[in-house]
Design a binder for this molecule. Structure first.
Ligand code: PEP
Ligand code: MN
Length: 362
């Protein structure tokens, strides 16, 4: 083949490439429009029957030189790329998406704002066990300048024989103690039927890791105005986590915070694996406040402070930690809760990093 002929064929190929690109782009735009139409009608983007029909029709028209399998393979790639495009488009339309709303969602709890650029520390016992136990913690929190207290009244336990929490009695204790010390409270609700009642007692409804995809609970939490702290599921992907939040927001409750609490991996050195990378991803992809639970993620008191600093350095809007006046006798999570002096050391340590505001006594 002469050099001239090769050059000519190459230039023809270049031009076919450009035509192909134009056609592929045209096809992609059509697929996007189809995706939008499907979304309006509430039908799924991927339609395997339609895909099969398109592939069969292409093979019928195939006269080589590619064999039918190659044609199928090539077009499947094109279909897949279009589907991806539709999914990205779809994500943009999620109410929790940063693309849908640029400004950060702020959660106002009295004078405390979560998500506004000043990180918060949330602390309290794993379970509400008694009035006196909660009061001791609340007093220490108040003195340390902490404004939001956690405490579980309904406990989702692995074993039915373990302490299940004090239930509504526990919510009452939280309310009474919180009003004495001027604190805001967070407590987990596990039953959709308790959501409305919970709003009378607590300031934030926690939805626990085990219930992240309890859709009826998510919907019930979406129907009230009380802020919700949604925990990441034990084995939930970030995408599933974001969609769980969407369930709440789509019902009208825009006051949602996300909390990374560690995920299941093969690692045994910690109770779960703290996925720090989830923090910047969730901050980028959503406009919701993002917190990190250092207690349930690590399950180890000796690394709480560096993990809290890492969370804040990664952009978390707050950290949650468990504190108990006498962890050895705690009815749940005895091994991982800090006692009050340990909590004070932990707080000092994190504050010294400059990542958490110092306690001002004003
Ligand atoms: C809790 O915070 O009390 C709790 C049970 O945590 P998780 O749902 O993350 O396991
Ligand atoms: Mn706990």
């Amino acid at each position: 083949m002469s050099q001239g002929r090769l050059e000519q064929l190459r230039s023809e190929l270049d031009s076919v490439n450009l035509q192909l690109l134009e056609l592929l782009s045209e096809r992609a735009r059509l697929a996007q429009e189809i995706g939008q139409e499907k979304q309006k009608q509430g039908v799924p983007n991927f339609d395997p029957v339609r895909e099969k029909k398109m592939l069969d029709a292409l093979v019928e028209h195939n006269h080589g030189p590619f064999d039918n399998e190659t044609v199928r393979h090539l077009f499947k790639q094109i279909f897949q790329a279009s589907l991806k495009l539709q999914q990205v488009d779809h994500k943009k339309h999620l109410l929790v998406s940063r693309k849908k709303k640029k400004e950060d969602t702020l959660i106002q709890l009295g004078d405390t704002v979560i998500g506004g650029g000043t990180p918060v520390m949330i602390a309290g016992p794993c379970s509400v066990e008694s009035y006196e136990q909660v009061r001791q913690v609340a007093k220490a929190l108040k003195e340390a300048g902490i404004t939001v207290m956690r405490g579980g009244a309904f406990k989702p336990r692995t074993s039915p024989y373990d302490f299940q929490g004090l239930g509504v009695e526990g919510l009452k204790i939280l309310k009474e103690v919180a009003s004495e010390f001027g604190l805001k409270t967070i407590s987990e609700i596990v039953d959709p039927a308790h959501i409305e009642l919970a709003c009378d007692y607590i300031d934030v409804i926690q939805i626990g890791a085990r219930n992240m995809q309890n859709f009826e609970l998510l919907k019930a939490a979406g129907d009230v105005k009380t802020p919700v702290l949604l925990k990441r599921g034990l084995a939930a992907t970030i995408d599933e986590f974001v969609h769980a939040a969407e369930y709440i927001v789509s019902r009208g409750n825009t006051q949602v915070m996300l909390i990374e609490r560690g995920i299941r991996t093969y690692e045994k050195a910690t109770r779960n694996t703290l996925d720090i990378s989830a923090v910047p991803i969730l901050k980028q992809e959503t406009h919701l406040p993002v917190l990190v639970d250092v207690t349930h993620s690590t399950g180890r008191k000796d690394i709480l402070a560096p993990c809290a600093r890492a969370a804040l350095a990664a952009g978390a809007d707050g950290v949650m930690v468990e504190v108990h006046p006498d962890p050895a006798t705690a009815l749940s999570d005895a091994a991982q809760q800090l006692n009050i002096p340990e909590f004070q050391d932990f707080l000092d340590n994190v504050r010294k990093s400059g990542l958490l505001p110092a306690h001002s006594l004003v």
